[in-house]
Design a binder for this molecule. Structure first.
Ligand code: URA
Length: 264
């Protein structure tokens, strides 16, 4: 292929799919800019760098602080019902994740359920459909629940962050801090008897631990989430189980432990 040949439709679609998969899914300008060409061009008019004295102050680094957890805490506390919380979150513009997501992924399942599951954040399918755990990992989660007689009429499901992180990356600590008040309020309003965290991210956050999921899984703890006391169990994330099927035996033990706790 000659280097400068324009892409045909199929190649352009493939390139776009690749960009999307790696998280480049947001156009910042109307026209494409070839940065490689710009940086290869001879730098005719580039001014000579100013001499730097040893005592020169470090250049200011522009950090855009988009988030203020005190604001989300106040907004979350103002919501007296799940519908009100959903409306508050939908109207909130302070989280950059929202700008790049298709929509808010609030929750799925039964708000009266005794069991609440918390995942990490929406993936591509969840972002498109507006519901948590509807992609491949979600289908496995449904099978795990079915194995102990549960389905989405008997559980309530939400995520630590309600907007899709680009390219399915982990939410950053700032994004987690910003969105956590919404999730904590969701737990308070659902008031489940049992809380199950799926994978590392919700486990570290809600169990307030630095220990990884392989150490934390399978152990019951009494937690206070927001102001709500709850029996909590960590288990492996279904997406991890898809990649590491040999770990399904551990997740199966956790499901049995959950069943025992429900039946007790
Ligand atoms: N993974 C998650 O953690 N949450 C979802 O909703 C989907 C996949």
């Amino acid at each position: 292929m000659s280097e400068n040949r324009p892409l045909n439709d199929a190649e352009a679609r493939t390139a776009l799919d690749w960009y999307r998969a790696v998280g480049v899914d947001f156009a910042v300008g109307e026209e494409p800019v070839d940065r490689f060409a710009a940086s290869a061009a001879p730098s005719r008019a580039r001014p000579a760098p100013a001499p730097v004295s040893e005592a020169a102050p470090a250049p200011a680094v522009a950090i855009s602080l988009t988030s203020d957890p005190t604001e989300t805490t106040a907004l979350a506390a103002s919501a007296q019902t799940l519908d009100a919380l959903r409306a508050v979150m939908d109207a909130y513009e302070g989280c950059l994740l929202k700008k790049r997501a298709t929509q808010l992924v609030f929750a799925d399942g039964n708000p009266e359920a005794e069991i609440m599951l918390v995942g990490e954040g929406p993936g591509e399918q969840e972002d498109l459909q507006g519901k948590p755990f509807v992609g491949r990992a979600g289908q496995l989660l449904d099978r795990m629940l079915a194995s102990i007689g549960l389905d989405r009429t008997k559980v309530y499901i939400a995520n630590m962050v309600p907007w899709r992180p680009p390219g399915n990356r982990e939410p950053s600590p700032e994004e987690m801090a910003l969105c956590a008040p919404f999730l904590l309020r969701q737990v308070e309003l659902v008031a489940p008897k049992f809380l199950v965290t799926l994978g590392n991210v919700p486990t570290k956050s809600l169990f307030q631990t630095q220990n990884g999921i392989t150490r934390m899984r399978g152990q019951w703890r009494d937690l206070t989430v927001g102001s709500h006391p709850v029996r909590a169990l960590a288990t492996l994330h279904p997406a991890y189980l898809l990649r590491t099927p040999a770990s399904k035996a551990m997740a199966w033990r956790d499901m049995l432990s959950l069943k025992q706790a429900i039946d007790a």
